[in-house]
Design a protein around this ligand. Structure first.
Ligand code: ADP
Length: 261
């Protein structure tokens, strides 16, 4: 089979005799490749803000610019530092969620309380953009799960809606029962996503418009975090989107994880 990677080793067997041990290392190699790619991506992503910071710091050292230029440089350095900070944060969150095995099904997560906090954060993040953010939350609906992971998933989806929706437009966050299941959905009136990108959105570092999401401070890790957090809750991310109109990102929590009232 051409797709297989085999590793052969000669080992002593008996006096004057050797044996050839052949091992199928296809799976190991593919994991290794994935890890190498990941490290390459991480290094690349961290290098951009570092290069900018280094450049400005060197300029500050070499010349005595007028105060107006200092201000601009300081601003850019602060922006880049914050970008790197959030990138490292996201990386740590992703690796923590990825290595987590299964969720503790004995813990009840008070999702409505969590969403109340998220509502304040969303307002702050939208700031002067003044999106109309509507939270429709069933106050009785709690589930079994991992609070940190669910918060990461929900925060990322709401933050994305804010990042990719023009000022003043509407964003709806919905948490309700759906038959015996629970459903979380974030609907925005943002730029939407073309069909060809939908399948790759949850890949690490995947961004539809690299230049634009760099401006918005995107790392391309948010939806990878969402995917992993949801898989630990037997759930999957669902995306409905119409370019130019908006998107709905949603997931269902299965009946077994919904707390009976
Ligand atoms: P990022 O940190 O770049 O936002 P994500 O993994 O969270 O990374 O999202 C991946 C890409 O999916 C984004 O770069 C953006 O192009 C697209 N995307 C995510 N959410 C939305 C949304 N609500 N509307 C339009 N595009 C979105």
């Amino acid at each position: 089979n051409d797709d297989k990677i085999l590793e052969a080793r000669v080992m002593p067997y008996a006096e004057d005799q050797f044996m050839l041990v052949v091992r199928d290392v296809t799976h190991i190699k593919s994991i290794e490749n994935m890890r190498k790619n990941f490290v390459a991506n991480v290094s690349h992503e961290l290098r951009t803000p570092l290069t900018v910071l280094k450049g400005y710091l060197e300029m500050l050292e070499d010349e005595l610019p007028p105060p107006a230029r200092w201000k601009k440089m300081q601003q850019v350095m602060l922006e880049q530092t914050m970008r790197m900070d959030s990138l490292v944060d996201q990386l740590l969150t992703l690796s923590r969620i990825e290595v987590a095995t299964d969720i503790d099904r004995n813990r009840i997560v008070d999702v409505p309380r969590m969403l109340l906090m998220l509502q304040h954060e969303a307002k702050a993040l939208s700031g002067s953009l003044r999106h109309e953010i509507v939270f429709q939350v069933d106050p009785e609906l709690k589930i079994y799960g991992d609070e940190d992971q669910l918060r990461s998933a929900m925060t990322n989806l709401v933050n994305n809606a804010i990042k990719y929706t023009p000022a003043g437009r509407k964003i709806t966050v919905d948490w309700r029962r759906d038959g015996s299941q629970a459903r979380f959905a974030v609907t925005d009136e943002g730029e939407g996503i073309a069909l060809e990108h939908l399948g790759r959105l949850t890949d690490r570092f995947y961004r539809v418009d690299k230049a634009r999401s760099r401006q918005t401070g995107g790392s391309g890790l948010g939806l990878a975090i969402v995917k992993h957090a949801l898989s630990h809750h037997d759930s999957m991310l669902n995306v409905d989107s119409t370019p130019g109109k908006g998107s709905t990102f949603s997931f269902r929590i299965p009946e077994i994880l919904v707390v009976k009232n």
